[in-house]
Design a protein around this ligand. Structure first.
Ligand SMILES: [Zn+2]
Length: 269
């Protein structure tokens, strides 16, 4: 008997290994990783990837000022072939694959498939399957505007205007005219700025927004913006159970508990 107790005590009091202590200490000390939300936009010479190429692309990390932009005129191949977008495709891919989630306007139907068409056409690997938050889709499903174009949403929300882009400038840019390409770059950069403002304005309406808290491991926070200030606001009812419903006091977005409440079990549905 005595021998058995000794073994038990030894097991309970077993010290964690040095490696485990170091691992835990490191994870506690490490700063929390914030979700990297990358906003992006492409300007292309055609709406189809086998008939056009990318003139320029811009990416911006949400919450940061810096905008990264690549234009075809920066390519080393531009003087020999002003239609070769392989180098900028590579650069845009590198900037995008680092993200936890993306934001693009109509990106599910244009920017993402366009980018993949150009990448594969050049024999490059495709974009990684990163969750894409589409501001066009949020507007289409949740707002009632005369159009769901980025400029229309921005005007309705009283946000910054997009820079106008006239036909003659487009035609010249497509022909490789450097000053016109510069103008297209300016337009593209401005687009991601407006895109971020529109995203901030309407993200609270999204019901499919990826949970930003999964990235930094934060609990009891708004899945859309990560704010810890949630207010209990009634219940979300399913057919046989109910879930605590919350509203974020920062972005206004709604969420619910992932587990159902303890509630009289419905045996019939
Ligand atoms: Zn929020």
């Amino acid at each position: 008997m005595a021998k058995k107790r000794t073994i038990k005590r030894k097991k309970r009091g077993a010290r964690p290994s040095r490696a485990r202590i170091a691992r835990v200490a490191k994870s506690v000390a490490a700063p929390r990783k914030k979700a990297k939300i990358v906003l992006w936009d492409l300007e292309t010479t055609n709406l189809k990837g086998n008939y056009g190429y990318i003139l320029c692309g811009a990416t911006k990390l949400a919450g940061e000022k810096k905008i990264k932009c690549w234009s075809i005129a920066d390519s080393s191949t531009f003087n020999d072939d002003p239609t070769n977008d392989k180098e900028i495709c590579k650069a845009i891919l590198e900037s995008l694959e680092d993200a936890d989630m993306w934001v693009a306007h109509f990106g599910k139907w244009f920017d993402r498939p366009m980018m993949n068409t150009r990448l594969l056409g050049h024999g490059l690997p495709p974009l990684p399957p990163i969750p894409l938050i589409d501001t066009w889709k949020i507007a289409k499903d949740n707002l009632r505007l005369n159009s769901n174009r980025l400029a229309t949403i921005a005007a309705w929300a009283g946000l910054e205007e997009k820079t106008p882009l006239s036909g003659p400038i487009w035609i010249k840019a497509m022909a490789g005219h450097r000053p016109s390409i510069k103008y297209v770059i300016k337009h593209c950069k401005q687009d991601v700025v407006v895109l971020e403002q529109v995203y901030e304005k309407i993200k609270c309406l999204s019901t499919t927004h990826p949970n930003v808290n999964l990235v930094d491991g934060r609990e009891n926070s708004c899945p859309i913006c990560g704010e810890a200030n949630l207010q209990k606001r009634g219940f979300q009812w399913a057919r046989t159970r109910r879930y605590q419903r919350y509203q974020c006091q920062k972005c206004g977005g709604w969420s619910r508990a992932s587990a159902a409440e303890k509630y009289p079990k419905m045996s019939i549905r």
